[in-house]
Design a protein around this ligand. Structure first.
Ligand SMILES: Cc1cc2nc3c(=O)[nH]c(=O)nc-3n(C[C@H](O)[C@H](O)[C@H](O)COP(=O)(O)OP(=O)(O)OC[C@H]3O[C@@H](n4cnc5c(N)ncnc54)[C@H](O)[C@@H]3O)c2cc1C
Length: 445
Protein backbone atom coordinates (compact mmCIF):
# COMPACT_ATOMS: atom_id res chain seq x y z
CA UNK A 1 0.00 0.00 0.00
CA UNK A 2 1.44 3.33 -0.94
CA UNK A 3 -1.32 5.51 0.42
CA UNK A 4 -4.36 4.87 2.60
CA UNK A 5 -6.93 3.05 0.49
CA UNK A 6 -4.75 2.18 -2.48
CA UNK A 7 -3.11 -1.13 -3.24
CA UNK A 8 -0.05 -1.20 -5.47
CA UNK A 9 -2.38 -1.49 -8.48
CA UNK A 10 -4.37 1.51 -7.30
CA UNK A 11 -7.50 -0.64 -6.81
CA UNK A 12 -9.15 -0.83 -3.38
CA UNK A 13 -9.87 -4.39 -2.22
CA UNK A 14 -13.52 -3.56 -1.42
CA UNK A 15 -16.05 -0.75 -1.72
CA UNK A 16 -16.84 -0.98 1.98
CA UNK A 17 -15.41 -2.71 5.03
CA UNK A 18 -17.75 -3.25 7.96
CA UNK A 19 -16.07 -3.71 11.34
CA UNK A 20 -18.06 -5.92 13.71
CA UNK A 21 -20.59 -8.67 12.98
CA UNK A 22 -23.23 -7.88 15.59
CA UNK A 23 -26.67 -6.78 14.42
CA UNK A 24 -25.46 -3.30 13.37
CA UNK A 25 -22.67 -4.76 11.24
CA UNK A 26 -24.78 -7.54 9.71
CA UNK A 27 -27.51 -5.09 8.68
CA UNK A 28 -25.02 -2.52 7.35
CA UNK A 29 -23.30 -5.23 5.29
CA UNK A 30 -26.58 -6.46 3.82
CA UNK A 31 -27.75 -2.97 2.93
CA UNK A 32 -24.41 -2.09 1.32
CA UNK A 33 -24.46 -5.31 -0.70
CA UNK A 34 -28.01 -4.49 -1.79
CA UNK A 35 -26.61 -1.23 -3.16
CA UNK A 36 -24.30 -3.34 -5.31
CA UNK A 37 -21.17 -2.74 -3.23
CA UNK A 38 -18.35 -5.22 -2.65
CA UNK A 39 -18.36 -5.70 1.11
CA UNK A 40 -15.93 -7.22 3.61
CA UNK A 41 -16.97 -7.82 7.23
CA UNK A 42 -14.18 -8.03 9.81
CA UNK A 43 -15.16 -9.57 13.16
CA UNK A 44 -12.70 -9.99 16.03
CA UNK A 45 -14.44 -12.98 17.60
CA UNK A 46 -14.80 -16.42 16.15
CA UNK A 47 -18.58 -16.00 16.09
CA UNK A 48 -21.11 -13.47 14.87
CA UNK A 49 -23.81 -11.79 16.97
CA UNK A 50 -21.69 -9.55 19.21
CA UNK A 51 -23.65 -8.69 22.32
CA UNK A 52 -26.29 -11.24 21.46
CA UNK A 53 -25.06 -14.73 22.25
CA UNK A 54 -26.88 -18.01 22.43
CA UNK A 55 -25.72 -20.87 24.64
CA UNK A 56 -27.24 -23.98 26.15
CA UNK A 57 -27.86 -24.67 29.81
CA UNK A 58 -29.66 -27.71 31.18
CA UNK A 59 -30.49 -28.71 27.62
CA UNK A 60 -32.23 -25.44 26.89
CA UNK A 61 -31.27 -22.60 24.61
CA UNK A 62 -30.37 -19.52 26.64
CA UNK A 63 -29.68 -15.97 25.53
CA UNK A 64 -26.68 -14.65 27.43
CA UNK A 65 -26.85 -11.20 25.85
CA UNK A 66 -29.60 -9.17 24.24
CA UNK A 67 -32.81 -11.18 24.25
CA UNK A 68 -35.99 -9.20 24.96
CA UNK A 69 -37.72 -8.15 21.74
CA UNK A 70 -41.12 -6.69 20.84
CA UNK A 71 -43.15 -5.50 17.89
CA UNK A 72 -42.89 -1.90 19.15
CA UNK A 73 -39.24 -2.16 18.09
CA UNK A 74 -39.87 -1.50 14.41
CA UNK A 75 -36.45 -2.13 12.93
CA UNK A 76 -35.97 -5.45 14.66
CA UNK A 77 -39.56 -6.53 14.11
CA UNK A 78 -39.15 -5.87 10.39
CA UNK A 79 -36.10 -8.16 10.37
CA UNK A 80 -38.03 -10.87 12.21
CA UNK A 81 -40.87 -10.58 9.70
CA UNK A 82 -38.52 -10.56 6.74
CA UNK A 83 -36.76 -13.78 7.75
CA UNK A 84 -39.78 -15.50 9.27
CA UNK A 85 -38.94 -15.42 13.00
CA UNK A 86 -41.72 -15.46 15.57
CA UNK A 87 -41.85 -14.62 19.29
CA UNK A 88 -41.14 -17.04 22.11
CA UNK A 89 -42.85 -16.03 25.35
CA UNK A 90 -40.88 -16.10 28.62
CA UNK A 91 -42.90 -16.90 31.81
CA UNK A 92 -43.24 -13.39 33.41
CA UNK A 93 -47.05 -13.21 33.12
CA UNK A 94 -49.17 -14.79 35.88
CA UNK A 95 -46.53 -14.79 38.59
CA UNK A 96 -46.88 -17.17 41.53
CA UNK A 97 -44.64 -15.04 43.75
CA UNK A 98 -43.07 -11.58 43.64
CA UNK A 99 -40.35 -10.22 45.89
CA UNK A 100 -38.70 -6.90 46.52
CA UNK A 101 -35.25 -6.84 48.12
CA UNK A 102 -34.69 -3.39 49.56
CA UNK A 103 -31.35 -1.61 49.56
CA UNK A 104 -30.72 -2.66 53.19
CA UNK A 105 -31.20 -6.36 52.31
CA UNK A 106 -34.71 -6.79 53.74
CA UNK A 107 -36.92 -8.88 51.48
CA UNK A 108 -40.62 -8.14 51.03
CA UNK A 109 -42.84 -10.99 49.85
CA UNK A 110 -45.39 -8.97 47.87
CA UNK A 111 -48.62 -10.36 46.38
CA UNK A 112 -48.02 -10.30 42.59
CA UNK A 113 -51.04 -8.05 41.95
CA UNK A 114 -49.78 -5.51 44.45
CA UNK A 115 -46.26 -5.76 43.05
CA UNK A 116 -47.56 -5.08 39.54
CA UNK A 117 -49.78 -2.23 40.62
CA UNK A 118 -47.13 -0.46 42.71
CA UNK A 119 -44.34 -0.93 40.17
CA UNK A 120 -46.53 0.27 37.31
CA UNK A 121 -47.65 3.26 39.37
CA UNK A 122 -43.99 4.15 40.01
CA UNK A 123 -43.16 3.70 36.35
CA UNK A 124 -46.10 5.86 35.27
CA UNK A 125 -45.01 8.58 37.65
CA UNK A 126 -41.36 8.41 36.60
CA UNK A 127 -42.30 8.63 32.92
CA UNK A 128 -45.31 10.94 33.36
CA UNK A 129 -43.89 13.51 30.95
CA UNK A 130 -42.77 11.06 28.27
CA UNK A 131 -45.29 12.16 25.62
CA UNK A 132 -44.58 15.82 26.25
CA UNK A 133 -40.80 15.40 26.23
CA UNK A 134 -40.71 12.94 23.34
CA UNK A 135 -43.69 13.60 21.07
CA UNK A 136 -41.65 12.02 18.25
CA UNK A 137 -39.33 9.57 19.99
CA UNK A 138 -37.10 9.01 16.94
CA UNK A 139 -36.18 12.70 17.04
CA UNK A 140 -35.37 12.63 20.74
CA UNK A 141 -33.51 15.93 20.95
CA UNK A 142 -36.09 18.03 19.10
CA UNK A 143 -37.56 19.31 22.35
CA UNK A 144 -35.03 21.74 23.88
CA UNK A 145 -36.26 20.80 27.35
CA UNK A 146 -34.71 17.34 26.87
CA UNK A 147 -31.31 18.97 26.45
CA UNK A 148 -31.75 20.83 29.73
CA UNK A 149 -33.08 17.78 31.59
CA UNK A 150 -30.16 15.63 30.47
CA UNK A 151 -28.20 17.07 33.41
CA UNK A 152 -30.79 15.59 35.81
CA UNK A 153 -30.04 12.12 37.11
CA UNK A 154 -32.61 9.32 37.32
CA UNK A 155 -32.03 9.31 41.08
CA UNK A 156 -32.82 13.01 41.43
CA UNK A 157 -36.03 12.69 39.44
CA UNK A 158 -37.10 9.50 41.25
CA UNK A 159 -36.67 11.11 44.65
CA UNK A 160 -38.70 14.15 43.64
CA UNK A 161 -41.84 12.03 43.10
CA UNK A 162 -42.91 11.26 46.69
CA UNK A 163 -43.25 7.52 46.05
CA UNK A 164 -43.80 4.88 48.73
CA UNK A 165 -41.04 2.44 49.70
CA UNK A 166 -42.04 -0.39 47.33
CA UNK A 167 -42.53 1.98 44.42
CA UNK A 168 -39.21 3.75 44.95
CA UNK A 169 -37.22 0.55 45.51
CA UNK A 170 -38.64 -1.33 42.50
CA UNK A 171 -38.13 1.63 40.21
CA UNK A 172 -34.61 2.21 41.49
CA UNK A 173 -33.76 -1.47 40.88
CA UNK A 174 -35.05 -1.14 37.31
CA UNK A 175 -33.09 2.06 36.73
CA UNK A 176 -29.89 0.56 38.16
CA UNK A 177 -30.31 -2.37 35.82
CA UNK A 178 -30.73 -0.04 32.84
CA UNK A 179 -27.94 2.30 33.80
CA UNK A 180 -25.54 -0.42 34.84
CA UNK A 181 -24.45 2.08 37.46
CA UNK A 182 -25.85 3.85 40.50
CA UNK A 183 -28.90 5.88 39.44
CA UNK A 184 -27.12 9.09 40.47
CA UNK A 185 -25.16 8.62 37.21
CA UNK A 186 -27.96 7.78 34.75
CA UNK A 187 -29.50 10.49 32.54
CA UNK A 188 -33.21 10.82 33.48
CA UNK A 189 -34.58 11.65 29.99
CA UNK A 190 -32.52 8.93 28.33
CA UNK A 191 -34.63 6.36 30.17
CA UNK A 192 -37.94 8.16 29.64
CA UNK A 193 -37.32 7.96 25.89
CA UNK A 194 -37.88 4.17 26.07
CA UNK A 195 -41.34 4.72 27.54
CA UNK A 196 -42.12 7.07 24.64
CA UNK A 197 -40.84 4.46 22.18
CA UNK A 198 -43.20 1.91 23.76
CA UNK A 199 -46.16 4.10 22.73
CA UNK A 200 -45.95 6.06 26.02
CA UNK A 201 -47.36 3.00 27.76
CA UNK A 202 -45.91 1.27 30.83
CA UNK A 203 -47.36 -2.21 30.23
CA UNK A 204 -46.10 -2.23 26.67
CA UNK A 205 -42.68 -1.14 27.86
CA UNK A 206 -42.51 -3.93 30.45
CA UNK A 207 -43.52 -6.49 27.84
CA UNK A 208 -40.90 -5.09 25.48
CA UNK A 209 -38.07 -5.65 27.91
CA UNK A 210 -38.80 -8.98 29.56
CA UNK A 211 -41.56 -10.97 27.93
CA UNK A 212 -40.64 -12.05 24.41
CA UNK A 213 -37.57 -13.57 22.82
CA UNK A 214 -36.80 -14.39 19.18
CA UNK A 215 -38.13 -17.90 18.55
CA UNK A 216 -35.15 -19.78 17.16
CA UNK A 217 -32.70 -17.48 18.92
CA UNK A 218 -31.02 -14.16 18.14
CA UNK A 219 -28.07 -15.98 16.61
CA UNK A 220 -30.21 -17.52 13.87
CA UNK A 221 -31.69 -14.12 13.05
CA UNK A 222 -28.28 -12.45 12.88
CA UNK A 223 -27.03 -15.30 10.70
CA UNK A 224 -29.98 -14.92 8.32
CA UNK A 225 -29.25 -11.21 7.91
CA UNK A 226 -25.54 -11.73 7.33
CA UNK A 227 -26.11 -14.61 4.90
CA UNK A 228 -28.36 -12.30 2.91
CA UNK A 229 -25.46 -9.85 2.59
CA UNK A 230 -23.40 -12.34 0.59
CA UNK A 231 -20.38 -10.38 1.84
CA UNK A 232 -16.91 -11.73 2.53
CA UNK A 233 -16.83 -12.36 6.27
CA UNK A 234 -13.63 -12.89 8.23
CA UNK A 235 -13.95 -14.12 11.80
CA UNK A 236 -11.06 -13.87 14.28
CA UNK A 237 -10.14 -10.65 12.47
CA UNK A 238 -9.39 -8.05 15.14
CA UNK A 239 -8.97 -4.61 13.61
CA UNK A 240 -6.01 -2.85 15.22
CA UNK A 241 -5.83 0.33 13.14
CA UNK A 242 -7.84 2.35 10.69
CA UNK A 243 -6.20 4.90 8.40
CA UNK A 244 -8.05 7.10 5.99
CA UNK A 245 -6.62 9.23 3.21
CA UNK A 246 -7.85 10.99 0.11
CA UNK A 247 -8.15 7.76 -1.85
CA UNK A 248 -9.74 5.47 0.70
CA UNK A 249 -9.28 3.60 3.94
CA UNK A 250 -6.82 0.92 5.04
CA UNK A 251 -7.63 -1.35 7.95
CA UNK A 252 -4.86 -3.35 9.57
CA UNK A 253 -5.60 -6.39 11.69
CA UNK A 254 -3.79 -7.38 14.88
CA UNK A 255 -2.33 -10.21 12.75
CA UNK A 256 -0.81 -7.63 10.41
CA UNK A 257 -3.11 -8.35 7.45
CA UNK A 258 -4.32 -5.22 5.63
CA UNK A 259 -7.45 -4.47 3.63
CA UNK A 260 -8.37 -1.38 1.66
CA UNK A 261 -11.74 0.06 0.69
CA UNK A 262 -13.44 3.29 -0.25
CA UNK A 263 -15.22 3.53 3.11
CA UNK A 264 -15.42 1.75 6.45
CA UNK A 265 -18.45 1.31 8.70
CA UNK A 266 -17.45 0.94 12.34
CA UNK A 267 -19.89 -0.75 14.70
CA UNK A 268 -17.68 -1.19 17.77
CA UNK A 269 -19.11 -0.94 21.27
CA UNK A 270 -18.27 2.59 22.44
CA UNK A 271 -15.70 1.64 25.07
CA UNK A 272 -13.73 -0.48 22.60
CA UNK A 273 -12.75 2.43 20.31
CA UNK A 274 -9.63 3.38 22.31
CA UNK A 275 -8.17 -0.05 21.45
CA UNK A 276 -8.14 0.82 17.76
CA UNK A 277 -5.59 3.34 16.41
CA UNK A 278 -7.18 5.91 14.09
CA UNK A 279 -5.13 7.92 11.62
CA UNK A 280 -6.01 10.78 11.60
CA UNK A 281 -7.40 10.59 15.15
CA UNK A 282 -11.17 10.67 15.67
CA UNK A 283 -12.70 14.10 16.30
CA UNK A 284 -12.42 15.60 19.78
CA UNK A 285 -16.23 15.40 20.18
CA UNK A 286 -16.22 11.68 19.47
CA UNK A 287 -13.30 11.06 21.76
CA UNK A 288 -15.05 12.88 24.60
CA UNK A 289 -18.18 10.80 24.05
CA UNK A 290 -16.14 7.59 23.97
CA UNK A 291 -14.40 8.47 27.23
CA UNK A 292 -17.41 9.72 29.18
CA UNK A 293 -20.82 8.80 27.85
CA UNK A 294 -21.31 5.14 28.67
CA UNK A 295 -21.04 3.36 31.97
CA UNK A 296 -22.87 0.03 31.92
CA UNK A 297 -21.17 -2.53 34.15
CA UNK A 298 -23.74 -5.21 33.38
CA UNK A 299 -23.75 -8.99 33.14
CA UNK A 300 -26.15 -11.88 32.84
CA UNK A 301 -26.37 -15.18 34.65
CA UNK A 302 -28.54 -18.32 34.59
CA UNK A 303 -28.86 -20.45 37.71
CA UNK A 304 -30.20 -23.99 38.13
CA UNK A 305 -31.98 -24.51 41.44
CA UNK A 306 -33.01 -28.00 42.61
CA UNK A 307 -36.44 -26.93 43.89
CA UNK A 308 -39.39 -25.98 41.71
CA UNK A 309 -39.88 -22.38 42.79
CA UNK A 310 -42.71 -21.74 40.35
CA UNK A 311 -43.06 -18.57 38.32
CA UNK A 312 -41.32 -15.86 40.35
CA UNK A 313 -39.88 -12.41 39.88
CA UNK A 314 -37.72 -10.38 42.26
CA UNK A 315 -36.36 -6.88 41.98
CA UNK A 316 -33.32 -6.15 44.15
CA UNK A 317 -32.49 -2.55 44.85
CA UNK A 318 -28.98 -1.16 44.60
CA UNK A 319 -26.46 -1.96 46.10
CA UNK A 320 -27.65 -5.59 46.12
CA UNK A 321 -25.71 -7.09 43.23
CA UNK A 322 -28.58 -8.83 41.39
CA UNK A 323 -31.13 -6.33 40.10
CA UNK A 324 -33.67 -8.77 38.60
CA UNK A 325 -34.13 -12.47 39.36
CA UNK A 326 -36.70 -13.99 37.03
CA UNK A 327 -37.93 -17.55 36.55
CA UNK A 328 -36.91 -18.68 33.10
CA UNK A 329 -38.21 -22.26 33.21
CA UNK A 330 -39.58 -24.53 35.91
CA UNK A 331 -41.18 -27.89 36.49
CA UNK A 332 -41.26 -30.85 38.87
CA UNK A 333 -38.36 -32.62 37.19
CA UNK A 334 -36.30 -29.60 36.16
CA UNK A 335 -36.55 -27.62 39.38
CA UNK A 336 -36.05 -23.98 38.37
CA UNK A 337 -33.88 -22.06 35.97
CA UNK A 338 -33.50 -18.47 37.07
CA UNK A 339 -32.32 -15.69 34.81
CA UNK A 340 -30.49 -12.94 36.62
CA UNK A 341 -29.62 -9.52 35.26
CA UNK A 342 -27.05 -7.36 37.01
CA UNK A 343 -26.40 -3.72 36.31
CA UNK A 344 -23.26 -3.71 38.47
CA UNK A 345 -21.30 -6.93 38.04
CA UNK A 346 -18.38 -5.53 40.03
CA UNK A 347 -20.44 -5.96 43.23
CA UNK A 348 -20.10 -9.76 43.06
CA UNK A 349 -18.01 -12.44 41.37
CA UNK A 350 -20.66 -14.05 39.16
CA UNK A 351 -18.39 -17.01 38.47
CA UNK A 352 -18.28 -17.90 42.18
CA UNK A 353 -21.16 -20.36 42.65
CA UNK A 354 -21.11 -20.01 46.46
CA UNK A 355 -21.40 -16.23 46.26
CA UNK A 356 -24.21 -16.57 43.73
CA UNK A 357 -26.04 -19.16 45.86
CA UNK A 358 -25.77 -16.99 48.98
CA UNK A 359 -27.31 -14.09 47.08
CA UNK A 360 -30.16 -16.23 45.69
CA UNK A 361 -30.95 -17.57 49.16
CA UNK A 362 -31.60 -14.04 50.40
CA UNK A 363 -34.75 -14.19 48.25
CA UNK A 364 -35.43 -17.93 47.87
CA UNK A 365 -34.35 -19.11 51.34
CA UNK A 366 -34.12 -22.86 50.76
CA UNK A 367 -32.84 -22.74 47.23
CA UNK A 368 -30.15 -25.28 46.49
CA UNK A 369 -28.07 -23.97 43.63
CA UNK A 370 -26.79 -26.82 41.44
CA UNK A 371 -25.02 -25.01 38.61
CA UNK A 372 -24.62 -21.60 37.03
CA UNK A 373 -24.05 -20.19 33.54
CA UNK A 374 -22.59 -16.68 33.85
CA UNK A 375 -21.37 -14.29 31.20
CA UNK A 376 -19.54 -11.16 32.20
CA UNK A 377 -19.89 -8.61 29.40
CA UNK A 378 -18.15 -5.83 31.25
CA UNK A 379 -14.98 -7.94 31.29
CA UNK A 380 -15.22 -9.01 27.67
CA UNK A 381 -12.51 -7.11 25.81
CA UNK A 382 -14.59 -6.77 22.66
CA UNK A 383 -17.46 -5.20 24.57
CA UNK A 384 -16.25 -3.65 27.86
CA UNK A 385 -19.73 -2.32 28.54
CA UNK A 386 -22.86 -4.47 28.33
CA UNK A 387 -25.89 -2.60 26.94
CA UNK A 388 -25.45 1.07 26.00
CA UNK A 389 -26.56 3.47 28.73
CA UNK A 390 -25.89 7.20 28.85
CA UNK A 391 -24.41 9.03 31.80
CA UNK A 392 -26.26 12.22 32.74
CA UNK A 393 -25.25 15.05 30.44
CA UNK A 394 -24.21 12.66 27.65
CA UNK A 395 -27.50 11.50 26.16
CA UNK A 396 -27.74 14.89 24.43
CA UNK A 397 -24.32 14.24 22.84
CA UNK A 398 -24.99 10.89 21.14
CA UNK A 399 -25.06 12.37 17.66
CA UNK A 400 -21.34 13.15 18.03
CA UNK A 401 -20.77 9.39 18.10
CA UNK A 402 -23.02 8.80 15.10
CA UNK A 403 -21.53 11.53 12.90
CA UNK A 404 -19.51 10.37 9.84
CA UNK A 405 -15.86 11.43 9.73
CA UNK A 406 -14.59 11.55 6.16
CA UNK A 407 -14.71 7.99 4.85
CA UNK A 408 -15.61 6.52 8.22
CA UNK A 409 -19.24 5.87 9.12
CA UNK A 410 -20.36 4.94 12.62
CA UNK A 411 -23.10 2.54 13.64
CA UNK A 412 -23.81 0.46 16.76
CA UNK A 413 -26.70 0.61 19.21
CA UNK A 414 -25.25 3.57 21.14
CA UNK A 415 -25.65 5.73 18.03
CA UNK A 416 -29.37 4.98 17.55
CA UNK A 417 -32.04 7.66 17.67
CA UNK A 418 -34.53 5.16 19.10
CA UNK A 419 -33.90 2.04 21.24
CA UNK A 420 -30.26 2.76 22.01
CA UNK A 421 -29.87 0.01 24.65
CA UNK A 422 -31.41 -2.58 22.36
CA UNK A 423 -30.95 -4.81 19.34
CA UNK A 424 -33.46 -2.59 17.58
CA UNK A 425 -31.08 0.35 17.99
CA UNK A 426 -28.27 -1.70 16.43
CA UNK A 427 -30.46 -2.53 13.40
CA UNK A 428 -31.60 1.10 13.08
CA UNK A 429 -27.99 2.28 13.14
CA UNK A 430 -26.89 -0.22 10.47
CA UNK A 431 -29.63 1.03 8.16
CA UNK A 432 -28.68 4.65 8.80
CA UNK A 433 -24.98 4.00 8.13
CA UNK A 434 -25.82 2.28 4.83
CA UNK A 435 -27.94 5.29 3.88
CA UNK A 436 -24.98 7.56 4.62
CA UNK A 437 -22.78 5.26 2.52
CA UNK A 438 -25.17 5.55 -0.42
CA UNK A 439 -24.91 9.33 -0.20
CA UNK A 440 -21.13 9.07 -0.08
CA UNK A 441 -20.95 6.85 -3.17
CA UNK A 442 -23.39 9.05 -5.07
CA UNK A 443 -21.45 12.17 -4.18
CA UNK A 444 -17.93 11.19 -3.06
CA UNK A 445 -16.75 14.79 -2.78
C1 LIG B 1 -26.49 -8.94 28.97
C2 LIG B 1 -27.17 -8.12 27.92
C3 LIG B 1 -28.54 -8.03 27.92
C4 LIG B 1 -29.18 -7.29 26.94
N1 LIG B 1 -30.55 -7.30 26.90
C5 LIG B 1 -31.16 -6.81 25.80
C6 LIG B 1 -32.53 -7.08 25.57
O1 LIG B 1 -33.19 -7.75 26.38
N2 LIG B 1 -33.10 -6.59 24.45
C7 LIG B 1 -32.39 -5.91 23.53
O2 LIG B 1 -32.95 -5.54 22.48
N3 LIG B 1 -31.09 -5.63 23.73
C8 LIG B 1 -30.46 -6.07 24.83
N4 LIG B 1 -29.12 -5.88 25.00
C9 LIG B 1 -28.41 -4.95 24.10
C10 LIG B 1 -28.16 -5.51 22.71
O3 LIG B 1 -27.67 -6.83 22.81
C11 LIG B 1 -27.13 -4.62 22.02
O4 LIG B 1 -27.58 -3.28 22.03
C12 LIG B 1 -26.90 -5.00 20.57
O5 LIG B 1 -26.74 -6.41 20.42
C13 LIG B 1 -25.65 -4.28 20.09
O6 LIG B 1 -25.39 -4.60 18.74
P1 LIG B 1 -24.22 -3.85 17.97
O7 LIG B 1 -24.13 -4.48 16.65
O8 LIG B 1 -24.42 -2.39 18.07
O9 LIG B 1 -22.91 -4.13 18.82
P2 LIG B 1 -22.20 -5.55 19.13
O10 LIG B 1 -23.22 -6.61 19.14
O11 LIG B 1 -21.40 -5.36 20.34
O12 LIG B 1 -21.28 -5.77 17.86
C14 LIG B 1 -20.00 -5.20 17.76
C15 LIG B 1 -19.06 -6.25 17.19
O13 LIG B 1 -17.76 -5.66 17.04
C16 LIG B 1 -16.81 -6.67 17.33
N5 LIG B 1 -15.52 -6.06 17.63
C17 LIG B 1 -15.12 -5.43 18.76
N6 LIG B 1 -13.85 -4.99 18.62
C18 LIG B 1 -13.45 -5.34 17.37
C19 LIG B 1 -12.24 -5.15 16.65
N7 LIG B 1 -11.18 -4.50 17.15
N8 LIG B 1 -12.16 -5.66 15.38
C20 LIG B 1 -13.21 -6.32 14.82
N9 LIG B 1 -14.38 -6.51 15.48
C21 LIG B 1 -14.50 -6.02 16.74
C22 LIG B 1 -17.41 -7.39 18.52
O14 LIG B 1 -16.82 -8.65 18.70
C23 LIG B 1 -18.88 -7.43 18.12
O15 LIG B 1 -19.19 -8.63 17.44
C24 LIG B 1 -28.44 -6.58 25.97
C25 LIG B 1 -27.05 -6.65 25.99
C26 LIG B 1 -26.42 -7.41 26.95
C27 LIG B 1 -24.92 -7.49 26.93
Amino acid sequence: MSEAGHSASGEADYDAIVVGAGFAGAVAARELAAQGRRVLVLEARDRIGGRTMVGTFMGRRIELGGAGVHWVQPHLFAEMQRYGFGFHEAPLANLDKAYMMLSDGRVLDVPPDTFDREYNAAFDRFCARSRELFPRPYAPLDNPEVLALDAVSAHEHLHSLGLNELQRASMNAELTLYGGAPTTELSYPSFVKFHALASWDTYTFTDSEKRYHVAGGTHALCEAILADARADVRLGAEVASVAQGEAGVVLTLASGARFSASIAVLTLPTKVYPDVAFEPPLSAEKQRFIENAEMCDGAELYVHVRQNLGNTFAFCDDPNPFNAIQTFAYGPELGTLLKITLGRQSLIDIEDIDAVAAEIRKVHHDAEVLSIAPYNWARDRFTKTAWSSYRKGWFSQYKAMAAPEGRLLFAGSATADGWHEYIDGAVESGIRAAREARRFFENPG
